[in-house]
Ligand binder design. Structure first.
Ligand SMILES: [Zn+2]
Length: 486
C-alpha cells in the first residue's frame, strides 16, 4: 500500500540548473535509489541505491585492508555513563543523541544511547585490550549504521539513521597517530577522486568546525553545482583526549605507563549524495563506471518479429559477465525509446544497442551516458567479437571524462578574493570555494558566517608571503576555503 502524502510521485525530473534541491529529490526517487519510509528522518535504500553503497564499500574496504586495517563490530547501544566520560565529546553530540529508556515494560536504571558515533564504546574496549606497547597499534574499522536526531530529511545528505564506516586506531606515539590521520584522509581523497570522480580539497578544519574532543580534524570538501560545499569525509587526530577519558594506557618499552594516542575517521553515504549532485543532468543520474551497479545495459531491438537481437544480446552479455563486467539485458516488452529514457534516469554509463541489421553486420552500437545527444563521442559502432575490449576502453574514458569535467568546474569556481568587499560578495553569491588568506580566529569566522552564511571548509599552509587576513585585516596564518555548505 502506498501513501501518496508519504511517497511523492515523480513524473518529470525538473531542470537541474533551475532548482538543484527539487532535481535531487526527484532523481533519487525516480532512479529508485531510495524511498521515504514511515519513520520520519529515515529513508529506505532500495536495491539500486544499495548497489551504489556496495561499490563504495568494496573500494574503501580494499583501501583500508591495503593499509593494514581489519574490520570488527561493536554494540549499537552505549551506556550513558560511558558517553559522559569525554566532556567535549558528549557536549558536542548531546543535542543529537536518541536514548533507550525502557526494556519491555521496565524502565532502565541507566539510559542507553543509540550510537551517534562509537568512540566511547570502542575506547572502553581498547582499554581492555591494550597492556603493553607490543599490543599497539590497533587498526580497526567498523561498517555500521549510526543515528543522529535530525528534523530534515534529504536522501543521503541529511537523515536520522545513516550508513557509514568508522575507523578507530590506537598508537604508542603522537607522530604515528598523526601519520595515520593523514594517511586515511588521503585514502578518502583517492576514493572521492578516482572512484566517485568527485574532485575535493583536502585540508584542516578550523577549531570551531573540529570534531568534539579531537586535537585536529581533517576533511575532504567537494563543491556542488549550486556553489555550496559538501564535507565528504573526515579524519580526526584525537591526541590523548579519548585515551585519558577511556583509560587506554600501556606499559612502554621504557617501563613507563603511558596513555595511547588515538584517531578516528569516517565516510558515510553522504558521499553518494555528493556524487549524485556532481554528475547528474536533466535526464537523471550519471554514475561513474567504478561506482555503477550496472556498467552497461543491452537494449536489443526487435523488428517485425525478428528476435535474433535478443539472443545475440544475451550471448554478448554472457561474454562480458565472464570478463568481469556488471551488465544486464533489458528484454522487457517495451519500446526501445522508453528503455533508453529509463536507463538514462538510472545513469548506467554505457548502453549497448543491437538490432537486426547489427546482427547481420556482427556489430553493436555503444552509447555513452556521460555525453550529450549529438556529441560525436556519444555513439560508436563496434565489432561484436571485440566487444569486451571496446567496453573496457569506453568505461575508462567515461570515468576519466566525468572526473575531468567535475575538476574543471571546481577550479573555475574557486576564486581567490583579495579584498574584503570582493570576499563578502563572492561568499554571498555562492561563487564556490572562495580562497583567501585567513587569520584563523574564531571571532573572524563567526563574523563572516553572520554576514554571508559562509563558513570555513578547510585550511592549508600559506603559499606565499601574504601577511593579512582578507576577511578582517589581522595577520594571516593560513589559506582557507570559505563557502556556504550542506
Ligand atoms: Zn580574519
Amino acid at each position: 500500500m502506498s501513501d501518496p502524502a508519504l511517497q511523492p510521485v515523480v513524473k518529470e525530473i525538473p531542470p537541474k540548473a533551475a532548482d538543484l534541491s527539487a532535481w535531487y529529490t526527484a532523481v533519487c526517487l525516480k532512479a529508485e535509489l531510495v524511498s521515504y519510509s514511515p519513520v520520519r528522518g529515515c529513508v529506505v535504500l532500495r536495491p539500486y541505491g544499495y548497489g551504489l553503497w556496495e561499490n563504495l564499500q568494496k573500494h574503501l574496504d580494499k583501501a583500508f585492508k591495503d593499509t593494514g586495517h581489519e574490520n570488527a563490530y561493536f554494540p549499537l547501544l552505549i551506556p550513558e555513563g560511558l558517553l559522559l566520560k569525554e566532556a567535549e565529546h558528549v557536549e558536542g553530540f548531546a543535542p543529537e543523541v536518541a536514548w533507550v529508556t525502557h526494556g519491555g515494560q521496565e524502565e532502565l536504571t541507566e539510559r542507553l544511547a543509540i550510537r551517534p558515533t562509537s568512540e566511547a564504546i570502542i575506547g572502553v574496549m581498547y582499554a581492555q585490550w591494550v597492556e603493553s606497547y607490543r599490543d599497539l597499534p590497533i587498526l580497526i574499522n567498523q561498517w555500521a549504521n549510526v543515528l543522529r536526531w535530525e528534523k530534515a530529511t534529504r536522501p543521503f545528505l541529511r537523515t536520522m539513521e545513516f550508513l557509514w564506516q568508522e575507523g578507530h586506531t590506537a598508537h604508542a606515539h603522537a607522530a604515528e597517530a598523526r601519520e595515520e590521520t593523514l594517511k586515511m584522509l588521503d585514502v578518502y581523497r583517492e576514493f572521492a577522486e578516482n572512484v566517485a570522480a568527485v574532485p575535493v580539497y583536502a585540508g584542516i578544519k578550523s577549531a570551531s568546525e573540529r570534531f568534539p574532543g579531537a586535537v585536529e580534524t581533517f576533511s575532504i570538501e567537494a563543491l556542488m553545482p549550486d556553489g555550496k560545499a559538501l564535507q565528504s569525509a573526515t579524519s580526526h587526530d584525537l591526541g590523548q583526549n579519548f585515551a585519558k577519558a577511556y583509560d587506554i594506557k600501556f606499559l612502554d618499552a621504557d617501563q613507563q605507563i603511558k596513555y595511547a594516542y588515538t584517531t578516528s575517521w569516517g565516510m558515510s553515504w553522504r558521499m553518494l549524495g555528493a556524487m549524485i549532485m556532481t554528475h547528474g543532468d536533466d535526464r537523471g543520474l550519471r554514475i561513474p563506471p567504478k561506482m555503477a551497479p550496472l556498467e552497461a545495459v543491452f537494449v536489443p531491438i526487435v523488428r517485425k518479429g525478428d528476435e535474433r537481437a535478443v539472443a545475440a544480446a544475451h550471448d554478448a552479455a554472457k561474454t562480458l559477465r565472464e570478463a568481469g563486467f556488471r551488465v544486464r539485458v533489458d528484454d522487457r516488452d517495451q519500446q526501445p525509446g522508453w528503455k533508453y529514457a529509463e536507463w538514462d534516469v538510472r545513469g548506467v554509463p554505457l548502453r549497448i544497442e543491437i538490432g537486426p541489421r547489427d546482427v547481420d553486420a556482427g556489430t553493436v552500437v555503444l552509447v555513452r551516458r556521460d555525453k550529450a545527444k549529438g556529441d560525436p563521442e556519444q555513439k560508436q559502432s563496434v565489432p561484436l567479437d571485440q566487444l569486451a575490449q571496446h567496453v573496457r576502453v569506453s568505461l575508462d574514458a567515461i570515468q576519466l571524462s566525468m572526473y575531468e569535467e567535475a575538476k574543471a568546474f571546481l577550479h573555475e569556481h574557486t576564486p581567490r578574493a583579495n579584498d574584503r568587499a570582493e570576499f563578502t560578495r563572492l561568499c554571498k553569491e555562492r561563487a564556490g570555494m572562495v580562497d583567501i588568506t585567513w587569520c584563523g580566529r574564531a571571532a573572524c569566522e563567526a563574523h563572516v558566517k553572520a554576514e554571508t552564511g559562509a563558513t570555513t571548509r578547510n585550511t592549508r599552509a600559506l603559499d606565499g608571503d601574504e601577511t593579512s587576513c582578507v576577511a578582517c585585516g589581522e595577520a594571516a596564518t593560513v589559506r582557507a576555503y570559505f563557502a556556504q555548505s550542506y
